[in-house]
Design a protein around this ligand. Structure first.
Ligand code: HEC
Ligand code: HEC
Length: 353
């Protein structure tokens, strides 16, 4: 009897042991499956992470980065560069209505109003490629221009003012600043993200009426209903610069070309927009450019500009032209037929040579 019971106990003990073995084995198998799955997934995740990091690195190294003033070791050079930057930032303090260097020598705007962040913002009309590309041939003057001439172009047109003496302290400071900004860019090369970013052409003409609606909804709150901008309380500088009227850029300025204006606003306006965060569609940018550049502004004698008329850009709004398109089509587009015609003219000339 007792022998039977003992056997029974041994059987039960063996069975329990077996069940224990089996459950431990099961747990082990499940754990290994997870470990294997995790290990299999690991390289992919790592690869993905590496790709993201790489993409971020290329994105930031893709664009020009302005040097840091903290890296200037020579005290006297630093003084010139900082003075240059101050003149770019607060031009009207030096040359505006109550200017410390010369009064009433400009319209009251600052270089920085159009060359954003003291000429360092990516696609904000920055100075990244000025040092590397000047002197260069410019079709507007039909000759080789050095950086002094180019700076004075903006004084006479964008600031609707007087040119600086090339040897003046202020000109030397501006040149020192612009030279230093572009010193990392190899001669002859154009830095990525410098100047302005291209914008797609419309297939129709840019429309000032549509642009007036864009202006009212997206620009007027700062630049004001009459386009006159808004000055600070002491009337020494603009908080919001003017877009037309007596104190705006004149008809010889770069922004008076609708394509230049559209490129500037698409990637920089309303204030806070950037090339990665635009706020206007291409159509809105072109139409508001057409509207603003249909308003009255200072006139400049530009009869000596573009001495070779075949080099006039598609959207230069004043004849005579090398083609038969009207001043209106040159001003507002559509531009593609003008571009195609220009290409044909070039082909014909080269065929004749
Ligand atoms: C009303 C707007 C405006 C103001 C103000 C202005 N500029 Fe300009 N500037 C432009 C535009 C537009 C261009 C041409 C951009 C283009 O066509 O790519 C330009 C071009 C230049 C260039 C040549 C850039 C290049 O890469 O070729 C220099 C240098 C320059 N400006 C200097 C100045 C200086 C210095 C001041 C102040 C004294 C000034 N600008 C004020 C609008 C302005
Ligand atoms: C929130 C205010 C604000 C809005 C809205 C705004 N701007 Fe501006 N805009 C500015 C400021 C400020 C500057 C000068 C930037 C600087 O000095 O840093 C400027 C500069 C400009 C300039 C170059 C300087 C000049 O006066 O010629 C143009 C062109 C321009 N804006 C067009 C527009 C257009 C077009 C719109 C509407 C699509 C617009 N802005 C909406 C604040 C604004």
């Amino acid at each position: 009897m007792s022998e039977n019971r003992d056997r029974e106990i041994i059987r039960i003990e063996r069975l329990t042991l077996l069940v224990r073995y089996i459950s431990v084995l099961l747990v082990l198998i499940i754990v290994s499956i997870f470990v294997i799955l995790y290990l299999l997934h690991q390289p992919a995740a790592k690869q993905q992470r590496e790709q993201v990091v790489k993409a971020e690195q290329t994105a930031s190294s893709l664009f020009w980065i302005a040097p840091d003033t903290a890296t200037i070791t020579n005290d006297s050079i630093r003084k010139w560069i900082l003075l240059g930057r101050a003149i770019i930032t607060n031009t009207s303090d030096y040359f505006g209505a109550t200017g410390t260097v010369r009064k009433q020598a400009i319209n009251g705007m600052n270089c920085q109003n159009c060359h954003l962040d003291a000429g360092t913002k990516i696609f904000g009309n920055n100075y990244g490629s000025v040092y590397s590309t000047y002197p260069k041939y410019r079709a507007r003057s039909g000759g080789i221009e050095n950086v002094h001439k180019r700076i004075n172009d903006c004084f006479e047109r964008s600031l609707n003012g007087l040119a600086l003496d090339t040897a003046s302290r202020e000109m030397r400071a501006i040149v020192a600043y612009i030279t230093w900004l572009g010193s990392g860019v190899p001669k002859g090369e154009k830095a990525n993200g410098s100047g302005l970013k291209d914008i797609r052409l419309l297939t129709r003409a840019a429309d000032p009426d549509k642009g007036s609606v864009v202006y009212i909804n997206k620009c007027q709150q700062c630049h004001q209903a009459g386009g006159q901008g808004q000055m600070n309380l002491t009337k020494t500088a603009f908080i919001y610069p003017p877009l037309w009227g007596d104190q705006s850029y004149n008809i010889g300025a770069g922004l008076y070309r609708i394509s230049t204006f559209a490129k500037f606003v698409k990637y920089n306006m309303p204030q806070g927009a950037s090339h990665t965060q635009t706020q206007l569609t291409d159509e809105e940018a072109w139409d508001v450019a057409a509207f603003v550049n249909s308003q009255p502004r200072p006139v400049k004698d530009i009869s000596r500009d573009w001495p070779y008329i075949s080099e006039k850009p598609m959207d230069h709004p004043f004849g005579p032209f090398a083609d038969d398109f009207s001043e209106t089509q040159h001003k507002y587009g559509p531009y593609q037929p003008i571009i195609d015609n220009m290409k044909n003219l070039k082909k014909q000339t080269t065929a004749k040579l």
